[in-house]
Design a binder for this molecule. Structure first.
Ligand SMILES: [Zn+2]
Length: 271
């Protein structure tokens, strides 16, 4: 060992806190590189620990529970059912290119609430109350594109990683019970079904961006997306905001941002 190495070791042994800090940084950087991946469309580097399979299991468990609890509300036929299946099929085909492992499925629930969501792994729930605001297939494609983007960009898994709940989520998937009820409630809330606000503002904006490109790739005119968000804004004025907006925090600049992504979406639309 040379003199310089001895000197460095001497410093580390004399100051264990520094050694611990250096070790923590090395491990932290290692973890970041180990789970480094990029979001579709926006190409943002993100840190996610749950595998595709674990996310699918987490989502499927939640989906099964929702369908059990809303059995009487499931719409199985009729024009609204046909419309939701038709649009979802096209959006799912586009999303599947980014997440081939996910198994996509959509369920329409008869509920006078303007809301929709997609669970990790590709299970989608649409409430009939949002259909009048979507007005047409392109409007519905905007909603579905946005929701599906939360799943392909792994936003829930990302929040679970940020809140240090990956281990708890993995245990839930494995069917174990090594978690406290409070931790379970936090995971449920992050899945997007709870009453809390599950996504951050930047994730919402990213879902708008990815969703816009998805609806264009699926063959829907992206300009219709701007018209939909304006209808959504109008619907939220004066009265209580639609559930979709309270679950998906919006702001005055949303339409402007969507418009700024239009050239990119138009290229995808023409292709
Ligand atoms: Zn959202």
């Amino acid at each position: 060992m040379n003199g310089a190495m001895k000197a460095i070791l001497g410093v580390l042994i004399a100051r264990p806190l520094i050694a611990i800090a250096i070790a923590a940084v090395v491990v932290g950087v290692g973890l970041l590189f180990l789970h480094r991946q990029k979001t579709p469309v926006t190409h943002r580097v993100q840190h996610v620990e749950l595998t595709d399979r674990q996310q699918m299991q987490l989502g499927s468990q939640e989906y099964a529970k929702t369908l059990r609890e809303n059995r009487a509300r499931i719409v199985r036929s009729g024009p609204e059912y046909v419309r939701v299946q038709r649009v979802a099929k096209r959006i799912e085909a586009v999303a599947a290119r980014d997440k081939p492992a996910f198994v996509w499925k959509v369920t329409l629930l008869r509920k006078h609430v303007a809301n929709a969501y997609c669970l990790p792994g590709g299970k989608i729930v649409v409430y009939s109350g949002i259909l009048p605001i979507t007005e047409n297939d392109a409007g519905l494609a905007t909603v579905l594109g946005h929701e599906v983007a939360h799943a392909t960009a792994e936003h829930v898994a990302e929040r679970i990683a940020r809140q240090d709940l990956t281990h708890v989520a993995a245990v839930i998937v494995a069917g174990g019970v090594a978690f406290t009820p409070a931790q379970f409630v936090r995971i449920e809330a992050l899945l997007g079904v709870g009453a809390s606000l599950p996504f951050s503002r930047s994730q919402e904006s990213e879902a708008d961006h990815i969703g816009l490109v998805y609806m264009a790739r699926a063959g829907y005119d992206p300009h219709q997306s701007v018209a939909f968000w304006k209808r959504m804004q109008r619907a939220s004025k004066g009265q209580e905001p639609p559930e979709f907006l309270s679950d998906h925090p919006s702001d005055a600049h949303r339409v402007e941002r969507v418009e700024s992504w239009l050239p990119e979406a138009e290229r995808a639309y023409r292709r």
